[in-house]
Design a protein around this ligand. Structure first.
Ligand SMILES: NC(=O)c1ccc[n+]([C@@H]2O[C@H](COP(=O)([O-])OP(=O)(O)OC[C@H]3O[C@@H](n4cnc5c(N)ncnc54)[C@H](OP(=O)(O)O)[C@@H]3O)[C@@H](O)[C@H]2O)c1
Length: 294
């Protein structure tokens, strides 16, 4: 039986896809840029293969005996034509017959986003694809915003705008189901959580869960930029974050979809449950990497 290649296998969604495939004893390879780092993070029992979108010398080994691909665009790769299409061409030449792509909710109306450029490339190829157009990950609150929450604040310029937060573990389950079962070819799923919340509501849930006050601060954009510059974030990164939170502030991030329920036959994980399951992440004081998610 041919194998599935999981890219982004150490990431928010990819790590859980590899866990699901391993639990089902499904043949797969976990593509990582640094095998030793991946072993340090996830342990030695995963079938890791060295892979870098930007290094064609890694393609042949990663793609050997592979016929399906879980495709994750690393957030810092903003030019898919240069940085990702050469790999996709190699994947199709090597016999890949289905690509499940982690995309972004609303990508279809944002031709400038790298996600839409990748979707269009896959549509043109005519090889079966499944687009998972995901909403904002709950995991951003355990990575990007972890240290602020530990200090009692959610410092986010989204006003009262709603966001349909999704647990990345839910996306991984949809990815696994669509990779190993037929019937999802040439489909696009909008993946959201079960409800849309304002950041004040997120802060209220965190307050109840952690047993200490977490407040939402809605900074002006100059205050926000100053905050992230002081934490050493790059201008590119700050611009991406600003665009995401402005989208929420303007009311474009709150749509709730039933697609996850249709694929998995169960509702998506609500934020309250995610917060309870991750309460220890915020309890321990550790600096978060500014580029850990998004
Ligand atoms: N965060 C959100 O709320 C959200 C919402 C919707 C869509 N998305 C999209 O989801 C995708 C993943 O975002 P994320 O924040 O969750 O990141 P992530 O998957 O947690 O991290 C990025 C992954 O990319 C891998 N990677 C980095 N450079 C690579 C390279 N040159 N070649 C191959 N792999 C490389 C990393 O693996 P190594 O450890 O092996 O380097 C890591 O597993 C992005 O396209 C993002 O736009 C995110």
């Amino acid at each position: 039986m041919k194998q599935i290649l999981v890219t982004g296998a150490t990431g928010n969604v990819g790590e859980y896809v590899t866990r699901h495939l391993k639990a089902r004893s499904y043949p797969f390879k976990a593509a990582v840029t640094d095998v030793d780092r991946a072993i340090a993070k996830m342990g030695p029992t995963y079938p890791f293969v060295a892979f870098d979108f930007e290094n064609p010398a890694t393609y042949a080994e990663a793609l050997r005996d592979v016929d399906r691909l879980f495709l994750v665009r690393p957030p810092h790769l903003g030019n898919p034509k240069k940085e990702m299409f050469p790999f996709l061409e190699a994947a199709f030449e090597a016999g890949v017959k289905h690509v499940v792509f982690l995309s972004l909710i609303g990508a279809q109306s944002n031709n400038l986003s790298p996600h839409r450029k990748i979707e269009k490339f896959l549509e043109k190829k005519g090889v079966p694809y499944t687009f998972l157009r995901a909403s904002f990950f709950m995991q951003n609150l355990t990575t990007t915003h972890k240290s602020e929450i530990e200090e009692g604040e959610l410092f986010i310029p989204a006003g009262n705008g709603l966001t349909s937060f999704i647990d990345a573990r839910d996306i991984a389950e949809v990815a696994t189901v669509t990779l190993i079962n037929p019937g999802h070819e040439f489909k696009a799923y909008d993946l959201t959580g079960p409800e849309a919340l304002a950041y004040q509501q997120v802060a209220d849930v965190l307050t109840r869960t952690l047993g200490r006050k977490i407040q939402h601060i809605d900074p002006s954009i100059p205050e926000w930029i100053k905050h992230w510059r002081a934490r050493g974030a790059s201008w590119d990164y700050i611009m991406v974050l600003t665009a995401i939170y402005t989208t929420a502030r303007l009311g474009f991030a709150g749509r709730v979809s039933e697609d996850l329920q249709k694929v998995l036959g169960r509702p998506a994980v609500p934020f309250e449950r995610f917060a309870a399951e991750h309460r220890n992440v915020w309890a321990i004081k550790q600096p978060a990497s500014p580029s850990a998610a998004l």
